[in-house]
Design a protein around this ligand. Structure first.
Ligand SMILES: [Zn+2]
Ligand SMILES: [Zn+2]
Length: 380
């Protein structure tokens, strides 16, 4: 069976072609004739933020990947404002997205990059769903009453609220048309294409520090425009993680938002991959690259580099095992209560110390190996 539906979806084609024209050209013409008042870009910025975070933190990381559990009030917020992105319902978006992760780069990937950058970006939306489309990969969502309600009403919310709210705000400032253009059409076009860039550019340009098993790339520039979703290589390697930009210097405001929601009690059970496991996949990728350079290097350097890489690997294995031990002790302490389990607390402290020192050993060995490699003449 062909995974790419062939019947054209003219409503989608017209909608996706006209919104950027009205949004960009229409807003530019309006601004040229009437000037720009402060509230217009402010309206765009506020609505863009609310709706795009509902897609990245809600549609993507909460509903599609279950990387944390959101309070029902927060779910309702995501469902309502996410619908204003006009990217279909959570149910369909998540079903497509779970297929994308499961069959990435293959025939069944709905926006496979193998069919070309433009196809992955937007053309895949120009075709109708096969009539036998099932939602069997989202049973958790089809059992959620709010999600099912949004499935029925997402288009209505998207059009009525997505265009009506900015028009009403524009009316408050004396120009409903400016509100409609800035907060409606331009905002919709920007949210569409920033989301679409993750499916196209993040599978074409960038680095692959964690895995080369698929086409996904880490792209810092893209992360800046997509609330952190540009760190797509990490995301395809660890899709259940609530973070995409996992390193402290990486721009991932969606992760900061989820952490803040956790702090105020609106998000719980945040899933984070243990640092040792993340470091292990980076090390494995570095090892593969080192092997290429070591092929014709002097034997003693090859042996020394491999030895250091191996020591780093063992230290990370130890750290990963310790992390699981720590996690179990933390759970036990939660059950027993911190005060009544001082012995447990002591053993947890010592496991934490050992964990940190294992990570330190891995880092030292790894750094030494990298230094040795860098001294090899280029092209060796
Ligand atoms: Zn992807
Ligand atoms: Zn994903």
């Amino acid at each position: 069976m062909d995974a790419q539906p062939k019947q054209k979806d003219w409503i989608n084609i017209l909608f996706l072609s006209l919104t950027p024209v009205i949004g960009v050209v229409g807003t530019a013409l309006y601004a040229w004739r009437n000037g720009v008042q402060w509230w217009q870009p402010a309206l765009l910025f506020v609505l863009f933020s609310v709706v795009s975070f509902s897609v990245t933190a809600g549609y993507h990381r909460c509903f599609s990947h279950k990387s944390y559990t959101a309070h029902p009030a927060l779910q309702a917020f995501y469902l309502f404002f996410g619908a204003m992105a006009l990217q279909n319902s959570v149910l369909k978006w998540s079903a497509d997205h779970r297929d994308h992760h499961r069959y990435v780069d293959k025939e069944w990937d709905p926006y496979s990059i193998r069919r070309g950058g433009l196809s992955a970006h937007i053309f895949w939306l120009f075709y109708k769903e096969p009539s036998e489309r099932s939602y069997d990969n989202v049973p958790d969502l089809s059992g959620n009453r709010m999600v099912v309600w949004q499935y029925r009403w997402s288009h209505v919310i998207g059009i009525v609220a997505g265009l009506g709210i900015p028009t009403a705000i524009g009316a408050l400032f004396g120009s409903p048309l400016a509100g409609l253009l800035w907060g409606g059409f331009l905002r919709i076009a920007l949210i569409h294409h920033t989301t679409f860039l993750v499916n196209s550019v993040a599978h074409l340009y960038g680095t692959r520090p964690y895995t080369e098993e698929n086409s996904a790339r880490d792209n810092g520039l893209l992360a800046f425009f997509t609330n952190g979703e540009g760190y797509h290589n990490f995301h395809h390697k660890f899709p259940a993680d609530f973070r995409n930009g996992v390193r402290w210097w990486q721009w991932d405001p969606t992760k900061w938002l989820i952490a803040s929601l956790h702090f105020v009690g609106l998000a719980r059970d945040l899933k984070a991959t243990p640092r040792a496991v993340i470091e292990k996949s980076r090390l494995r990728m570095n090892l593969a690259k080192a092997e290429e350079r070591l092929v014709s290097a002097p034997t003693e350097i090859g042996v020394a580099v491999r030895l250091r890489m191996e020591r780093a690997h063992h230290a990370l294995d130890r750290a990963a095992a310790l992390w699981h031990e720590m996690d179990e002790r933390r759970r036990e302490m939660l059950v027993r209560g911190r005060l009544r389990s001082s012995e447990l607390a002591r053993s947890l402290d010592s496991a934490i110390r050992e964990y940190k020192s294992s990570i330190g050993v891995a880092r030292r060995e790894w750094r030494q190996a990298a230094r040795m490699l860098s001294k090899l003449p280029e092209g060796v």
